[in-house]
Design a protein around this ligand. Structure first.
Ligand SMILES: *[C@@H]1O[C@H](CO)[C@@H](O)[C@H](O)[C@H]1NC(C)=O
Ligand SMILES: *[C@@H]1O[C@H](CO)[C@@H](O)[C@H](O)[C@H]1NC(C)=O
Ligand SMILES: *[C@@H]1O[C@H](CO)[C@@H](O)[C@H](O)[C@H]1NC(C)=O
Length: 542
């Protein structure tokens, strides 16, 4: 009996071993292509690639900016902007920072100075450092992961490398991502980027109108972008005969990772299985120790501390010096200690014992410190996520892109307050900080959120590993693709059926009308005409 038990255990172990073996895809070659020149997006991208490298894959990353996250088995190919282009981009950012933010200024700037962000991405793919990857036949990739940022033509990379393609995006599911994987779009319960609604609350009429109008506007923009994308696709790969067409490539996407977590952040919406949410992937499960000076500075903050950062796109000299002066005046007057992210350490806004200026800092690890009581932020998605993860209230000073929307949403959810950076006044800034530090509701609400945010069946990191391996195991996992991908606009929206229904109704109406007229003329109608004619004859007789 003991023997059979033993051999049973052995068989189990062996089975377990094989199951584990088949679940793992040993050392696949995975290519990550992140051509946008925004460093903050790139942190999330690299967290995805790092998770895959740690899982034992051979990872190659092509990017437009040098990485801050690295790993020994990641090979980096950096194709940066020239110094002149870098300057042009910076100037574009700084002019943006001086205007009142809105969806419209953002779009105007995307067409204007920031159209560079779109065009430069094509240049990256034309660079020989990139083209060598597919011209050199020794390279063989098993999957390609593409960062989505106004670059839908890049869905062709799957066909180019003849392997499954996975998209990643910094925010919650948005229109173009939805279209690529056949996720339902424009549902009346789902607010899009520019409409702030607290999770779970239904939109009222005005909000639905704004949502609908805004979505239509985005669609128009997307229509314009598709014309560009078509051109880019042709310019890049038009003369490679083995390539799919752009239309085919759009129907060949295996998966999309979105950096969001609908259950806690909203919106609550249906998602197809090919949409995998990995919000918070950039947040480490285990803290790294803080640099010595920051650790001491924070440990010694008897009255608590504040972290102040306007992100990595916006440099100190993009902001009106008058505003910087006001900010400094308020922060220097606090009894709390302040860590201020500042680029040019030779040209500080001022000196104060309670302020520590840092050019670069581990923001996530700092927010985790128990003495941090408030985060003053430009409300970029990454920073907001980290603050929510650690349950720290925020004062948002949004500037452009998705920041105003993120700020509205965090105010609406009760996680903090927002002010306009361009018109910032000393008093309102001081009052907002005081309110956030003294009124516990903000902290309570965001800590409640933090609990829900962290409660998941699988961590963001494990989801990335699981689903990429899934796609590898099933050679692109075409079985889980939504049929909407292959249905045109008319079929998706049943417009042909509505037309058919309308036609049938019309025919029924016409037939009933004819029948009624016939019946009428046979019975009552018949009598009426008889009466009339008899009257007529009577008249004649007289
Ligand atoms: C990855 O990188 C691109 C830019 O190359 C960015 O726009 C995209 O949102 C990023 N995705 C994630 C999940 O961070
Ligand atoms: C990793 O992938 C690259 C690109 O395909 C390839 O050139 C390299 O030989 C691979 N390295 C290993 C150890 O397999
Ligand atoms: C993509 O196209 C290839 C080749 O036609 C096919 O084998 C694969 O299943 C497709 N993948 C998806 C997700 O549609």
């Amino acid at each position: 009996m003991g023997r059979s038990l033993l051999s049973g255990t052995f068989v189990c172990l062996l089975l377990g071993f094989f199951v584990l073996q088949s679940a793992r895809v040993e050392g696949a070659n995975i290519l990550g292509v992140f051509t946008s020149h925004s460093p903050s997006h790139f942190i999330i991208n690299m967290s995805i690639m790092k998770a895959l490298a740690e899982d034992g894959h051979n990872v190659t990353v092509v990017s437009g900016t040098p990485p801050k996250v690295t790993h020994k088995s990641i090979k980096h190919i950096v194709i940066p902007l020239s110094a002149a282009e870098e300057k042009e981009l910076n100037d574009g950012m700084s002019s943006l920072a001086k205007e009142k933010p809105s969806v419209f200024t953002t779009f105007r700037n995307i067409f204007g100075s920031l159209s560079m962000l779109i065009y430069k991405q094509v240049d990256v793919l034309e660079d020989t450092r990139f083209t060598d990857l597919y011209k050199n036949k020794d390279n063989k990739f098993d999957a390609v992961i593409v960062g989505f940022f106004f670059n839908n033509y890049q869905v062709g990379l799957g066909s180019l490398f003849n392997c499954p393609i996975i998209l990643t995006w910094t925010g919650p599911p948005m229109m173009q991502i939805d279209r690529n994987i056949g996720n339902p779009e424009l549902i009346s319960s789902v607010p899009s980027m520019h409409v702030a609604v607290a999770p779970g609350r239904a939109m009222n009429f005005k909000e639905r109108l704004a949502n609908f109008g805004g979505t239509m506007f985005f669609r128009l923009f997307a229509f314009y972008l598709e014309i560009l994308n078509d051109k880019f696709y042709d310019r890049l790969w038009g003369n490679i005969p083995s390539m799919m067409t752009y239309e085919q490539a759009k129907q060949n996407i295996s998966l999309a990772f979105c950096s969001s977590h609908g259950i806690s952040e909203g919106p609550i919406r249906p998602n197809v299985p090919a949409l995998v949410e990995i919000g918070g992937i950039q947040i480490k499960d285990k803290r790294d120790p803080l640099p010595e000076d920051i650790q001491q500075f924070l440990d010694g903050a008897k009255h608590g501390a504040i972290l102040f950062s306007l992100g990595s796109n916006l440099k100190g000299d993009h902001i009106d010096p008058q505003i910087i002066k006001k900010i400094f005046k308020v922060l220097a007057g606090l009894k709390q200690r302040v860590i201020w992210k500042w680029d040019d350490l030779d040209k500080l806004p001022g000196k104060s014992a309670n302020i520590l200026f840092k050019k670069w800092m581990p923001q996530d690890d700092i927010l985790a410190h128990p003495n941090i009581k408030l985060f003053i932020t430009h409300a970029g998605k990454g920073g907001v996520t980290e603050s929510q993860y650690h349950g720290k209230p925020m004062l948002a000073l949004p500037v452009f892109a998705d920041q105003p929307g993120n700020a509205d949403k965090l105010v609406e959810s009760g996680y903090g307050l927002k002010l306009d950076l361009l018109t910032l006044e000393v008093d309102e800034f001081k009052d907002a900080i005081k309110e956030l530090l003294s009124n516990p509701t903000y902290t309570n609400k965001i800590q409640h959120f933090s609990k829900i945010y962290r409660d998941r069946p699988m961590s963001a990191r494990d989801s990335v590993i699981y689903w990429v391996n899934y796609v590898l195991r099933h050679h692109g996992a075409a079985h889980m693709q939504s049929p909407l991908v292959k249905m045109g606009y008319i079929a998706t929206h049943n417009i042909d059926l509505y037309l058919l229904l309308a036609a049938i109704l019309l025919v029924i109406v016409l037939i009933s009308k004819a029948v009624l007229r016939f019946v009428w003329s046979k019975c009552c109608g018949g009598r009426a005409t008889k009466q009339k004619s008899s009257q007529k004859t009577k008249v004649k007789k007289h």
